[in-house]
Structure formats: C-alpha cells, structure tokens
Design a protein. Structure first.
Length: 635
C-alpha cells in the first residue's frame, strides 16, 4: 500500500485550467508561422524558401538509414503482430546500429542526427511495423533522452545519455488512471526527504509505453504540500518499482506497455530534471517536439497505403475495367496521392524548422500532429475500401491462400491510437485555439474576466480600443487580392493568394467570435475547432506550395495544385459552418442524451459488461488503482 497521503482528486474545471495555464509557455520570443497565420499575418518569409536539409546531416544519415532498411527487411512484422513480442535479437540489432540514439549528440555516444533524419528513420520503420516504431519513438521522442537534452544538467547528460544511446530503453510516465488529458488530477506523489537529499515516490502510472522493458523512466509526480509537479529520472530496478500489468490493445500488439507502481521509491535529488515544480512544463515542452514524430509516422503509413492502392487498383478488374477507372475509386486514389504529398510537406517543413532553430514551432508541431493523424485515418479507411474484402482479411490469411499478404487491417489497427496519444485530436484543437485567441485575451482579457474590477476593465477597454483600432484595418486588404501577386509560385500563385486572403478572414472571424461570446468563447469548442481546422488547412496548403516550388518537380506542382483545390473547398465549408451549424442544439441534446432521455434508442442490444464501474471506484485514502484492486478482487 502506498504510504503517502493522496492529494485531493476532485478538481474543478477552473483548477484544471489553471494548472494547464501555469504549465503553458506564455512567451513567444521566436516567430511562429502558424501563430501569425491566425492573426491574419501571412508570414511567408518564415517558410519560404522551403528549408532544406543540412548536406552533412544527410550524408551522415544515409549509411544509418541503409543499415536500418536492411535490418527491417529481415523482420517478420506479421509474426510480431501475431505473437505480440518484438524478438530480442531485433532489439539488439537496432541497438548495434545506433537506433536508440539517433538524436543523441555524438559527444554523448549517439548518432547526433537531426530531427529530420530521425523522422525519416521513424517513417521508414513505420512502413514496416508500428510496434517497433513505438519502441523507438517512446524512447527518444518522449522518453528520457529528450527532456534531458533540453533540461538536464551536464552531469545528468554525462551519466545517462551514453547509456541511453547504447540502447538502455526508456519511457515517459505521465498518464494515471484518473489523469488523461487533464494533469491537474495527478496523484503520484514525490515527497522531499527531511534532509532534502531525495524524494519518496508513491503512486501508479498507466499505459506507459516501453514500461515493461525500460531501464529508465521519466516520471511526473506531485509534491503534496506545494501541489507542484516535478519530473524525475527513475531506474526501474530500484526497490519499490514494479510493473503491475502489461496492457494489450487493438493494434500495436507488441507494445511493451504497462501499469507501473512506485512504492516508497527513493529518488536521489540528482535525478530531478530541471527545477522542482516545473515538471508539467517539462512534460509539455518535451511533447512539443516529441509530437513531431507522429506526423512523420502518419505520412509513412499514407505512403504505404498509396503504394498498396496504386498496385491493387491497377491490377484488380471489376465490371470489365481496372477498379481505378470507376469514378468513386478514382476520386479516392487522387485524394490519397494529393493528401500524402501535403502530409509529407508538413512534417518535413516543421522538422526542418526545428533543426534550423530560431522558430517557435509548438503550433506547427501541434497542427501537424492534429492534421496528419486525422488525414492518415481517412487514408487507411480508403485503403481498406479499395482493397474490398481483402482489406479486411489478415495478411497471414491472404498469404495462406496464395495471395499477396498485404496487411491493410493491421495498418488500420496500428494507426488508430495516433489520434489519441501525445495529445488527442480534441486537446490539440484546444491547445492551438488557446494560442489563436491569445492576442485577444492579452489585450482584452480583463474586459471579459469576471474577477476584474471596474478600473481594470476600463483600462483594458482603452487598450483594446487602441489595439483593435490599429489591427482591424490591417485585415481589410493584402497581397492576396493583388492580381499577379506571388508570381514566383507560378501556377500555384492563385492558391498562395487564397491563403493570404483566408488568413485575414480567419483573424476577422476569430475576432467576431470573441466579440460575440467574450468569456464564454473558450467553451465554444466546435467554433474554435473549425477555426483551428481552417488554420491547419492553410498551413498544409502553404507547406505544399513552398515545397513544390522549391523542388521544381512538375509532378510535385501538380499534386500541390490538386491538394490546394481540394483544401480550398474544405476551407470554404468550414468558414460557412462557423456561423451556420447545430452547435448549440448539439450541446443541449448531449445533456439530454447523457441524462438518459433517449435511452430507448439503445434498446435491442446485449449491454456492455455490467460488472465493474465506468470509472475506478476510488475511496478516501486510496492512492493507486492497486489499492482499489486489493479491495475489489478481479472478477
Ligand atoms: C497505446 C497507448 C500508449 C500510451 N503511451 C503512453 C505513454 O507512453 N506515456 C504516458 O504518459 N501516456 C501514454 N498513453 C496515454 C495517452 O497519452 C492518453 O490515453 C491520452 O492522453 C488521453 O487520455 P485518456 O485516455 O485518459 O482520455 P481522456 O482524457 O479521459 O479523454 C477522453 C475523451 O475526452 C476528450 N477530452 C478530454 N478532455 C477534453 C476537453 N477539455 N475538451 C474536449 N475534449 C476533451 C478526449 O479528447 C477524448 O476523446 C498511452 C495510451 C495508449 C492507449
């Protein structure tokens, strides 16, 4: 039984928001293309010319990527999916080629490659096996190396990075039974010892990827006195650390993902990462670049799907013609190719911005994560549809009856989690929306703050009048209205002009939303979601146009053109839906649905398991799910 007193678990919406706000990086010291886009300021100069990879990095990455590809060609992904384990010899060979230290600087024993090369490696692995991707990515996108690189002391880097580069597997432990998207409810505690030399760690973490394999963990825990969250490096062979359970999922069958408990674990102060109380900020900053991996993962999957569909839709004949000749299928194929080009353009742009430095890429990374994960899901769905019954059949079954063992259903199962972890689609919407309205809150925040006194409101009113008086006229006209503007983009110039115009309109609509809903704006998630989706489409269009222009490949320009035509239709619909929708009605209905008014619609089915509660039945004094299990034995 954990000995520390569990902090109060019931957290109000205000408290949850305050915790998230405190962890949020408030300053924008470096420019951000996406942030400016939401302000109606189309800063094309930030992304044009499209950043290119450093030649020495490309040269050093080449032999590694070749070795990785050779290694992957010997791996049986079907077997991994079937047996739910990555063979130890595969992990060992990955260690030997340096795959656990791709981004770790060379002076600490890593390959010292760029974010771009790392993501190319991850996309390559993904095209074969999602579980191996998760192993490598949980270790180096969010596991111990990343926060140590950003926040660790020199001593910590010397102590841990060489070990991690050699292949000591690591993991990131934030989530708890009651802590998903909302970290304010964290119950794992880190209590400083009386002499200040260490912390006593107690609690339990859920769904820790690599948790059941890892030697080292980054653990987020809260000081029950100060309520502040800190981040620690924890060795899994220390007394009191235990893998309680290995979790199993719809896909990623070989994920070494577990529930990990900590019981009176003594963590030396030297293992605190960064400052005490800054753990959530460290976790979120780690995720800022960490979540760049998933857009590359999704682009890798999209490419594989396109390859499958191109081959299949040419070869498969129905009704006397190859199936791609049926318009319904043709539409899907064209959409897949154009979208895959855009997905690639986005992650390459964002990662090269990260490598080049001098940008604040937190919104680019969040937009890339949100947009690419949603698009990949649509593409995989189309892949199953185009493969017909074979899309639903396992690769093993296909191969056993003499057909090509295409693992479309496995790709679908492995992919789905990308819209949930490292910030769900909804949380990405909120994160981006928060920044989209930040400028308004910083000028006019006190006007809508119920706690602000009349003096503060009056001062804010004057400041807002000044700001909006200057800002709104700048949104009226721009280069996108000038015929022949952005001529350097050739046939794509029309789309670049559209982005410039749409960016100003986006800022105006956001302002109208603020003016209409004021303090209640943050609850208008559907409105804000559309604002974010428009911004993400504009970002995707820009990335596609600047890349196609830089690469000067006619095929790339053709794909960028098709993609932009499709995206423009979506943007127009999203703008229309901002003010014509069923949002308020939907929310009112959700209340009635959850109250059970329409439960008759659910009649006629065998209900889901009735034993067990929807939410873990915590009782006072219980600080881990283990305590609950002890009281309520498994049924
Ligand atoms: C396979 C797998 C691997 C994972 N690996 C790790 C790992 O290595 N380390 C780690 O710490 N965690 C890990 N996780 C946890 C993962 O990050 C969480 O599942 C994720 O953060 C969502 O939390 P939740 O599942 O508790 O959902 P909840 O937070 O309960 O959310 C449920 C739903 O409500 C929505 N929602 C919640 N809040 C809001 C809001 N304010 N506005 C709008 N919608 C909202 C969510 O988007 C979601 O749709 C993993 C999970 C899985 C399944």
């Amino acid at each position: 039984m954990a000995t520390a007193t569990a902090p109060e678990r019931k957290v109000s919406a205000d408290e949850a928001r305050d915790v998230a706000e405190a962890a949020r990086e408030q300053d924008w010291t470096s420019p951000s293309f996406v942030r400016e886009l939401f302000l109606g300021n189309f800063r094309l100069d930030l992304v044009h010319p499209y950043p290119t990879a450093a030649p020495d990095d490309v040269a050093r990455a080449r032999p590694f990527l070749q070795k990785l590809e050779q290694l992957l060609k010997t791996v049986d992904s079907d077997k991994i999916d079937r047996e739910g384990e990555i063979p130890e010899d595969v992990i060992q060979r990955l260690r030997e080629i340096g795959a656990f230290g791709i981004k770790i600087p060379r002076e600490y024993g890593g390959l010292g490659l760029s974010q771009l090369s790392y993501m190319k490696a991850i996309a390559l692995v993904t095209s074969l096996d999602g579980s191996i991707t998760a192993l490598l990515s949980a270790h180096q996108s969010i596991g111990v190396p990343q926060p140590l690189k950003i926040f660790g002391t020199e001593e910590q880097k010397q102590r841990f990075l060489p070990r991690l580069a050699r292949g000591a597997i690591s993991a990131f432990a934030l989530t708890e039974n009651d802590v998903g998207s909302d970290p304010a409810r964290m119950t794992t505690t880190a209590v400083p010892t009386a002499d200040g030399s260490a912390y006593m760690l107690n609690g339990e973490k859920l769904w820790c990827t690599n948790g059941s394999l890892a030697e080292l963990l980054v653990v987020m825990a809260r000081n029950p006195k100060t309520k502040k969250i800190s981040a620690f490096v924890v060795e899994t062979d220390w007394p009191g650390v235990k893998v309680e359970y290995r979790c199993h999922f719809m896909g990623l069958k070989a994920l070494a993902n577990g529930v990990i408990s900590f019981q009176d674990v003594r963590v030396p102060r030297d293992n605190l990462i960064g400052e005490e109380g800054k753990g959530l900020r460290i976790a979120l900053t780690t995720l800022n670049t960490g979540r760049l991996t998933l857009p590359a993962v999704c682009a890798g999957i999209a490419k594989q799907c396109l390859k499958i569909c191109r081959g299949w839709s040419n070869a498969r004949h129905q009704w006397g013609v190859p199936i791609w000749k049926h318009e319904a299928v043709a539409h899907m194929i064209a959409d897949m190719a154009a979208t895959t080009f855009a997905m690639d353009s986005i992650w390459m742009l964002a990662s090269q911005m990260a490598d080049r430095g001098g940008y604040d890429i937190r919104l680019e990374a969040a937009a890339a994560k949100e947009w690419n994960t949603v698009r990949a899901w649509e593409i995989v769905d189309k892949t199953l549809q185009i493969r017909g019954g074979r899309g639903y059949e396992t690769a093993e079954s296909l191969a056993a009856r003499g057909e090509r063992g295409v693992p479309a259903e496995q790709i679908l199962r492995d992919l789905r989690i990308n819209r949930i972890f490292e910030g769900s689609t909804e949380i990405m919407h909120l994160l981006i929306a928060r920044e989209a309205v930040d400028q308004h809150l910083s000028v006019a925040g006190d006007i809508i703050d119920p706690d602000a006194d009349l003096g503060r409101k009056a001062k804010a009113g004057a400041a807002a009048a000044g700001f909006y008086g200057r800002w709104l006229p700048t949104l009226a006209a721009g280069k996108g209205q000038i015929k022949g503007g952005y001529a350097e983009y050739g046939t794509l110039a029309t789309h670049v002009r559209f982005v410039e115009r749409a960016s100003r309109r986006l800022a105006r609509e956001t302002f109208y939303g603020m003016a209409r809903w004021r303090g209640k704006m943050e609850r208008k998630q559907a409105f804000l979601g559309r604002i974010v989706d428009i911004g993400a489409e504009l970002f995707a269009m820009t990335a596609s146009c600047v890349r196609a222009t830089a690469e000067r490949r006619p095929e790339g320009t053709e794909l960028a053109d098709l993609f932009c035509r499709q995206a423009r239709l979506r943007v127009r619909t999203l703008f229309d839906d901002l003010w014509r929708n069923t949002d308020d009605r939907d929310v009112a209905f959700a209340r009635k649905v959850t109250e059970g008014r329409y439960a008759f619609v659910e009649e006629g089915v065998v209900p889901p398991p009735t034993d067990g509660e929807w939410v873990a039945p915590w009782q006072p004094g219980e600080s881990t799910a283990k305590d609950v299990r002890r009281r309520i034995p498994a049924r």
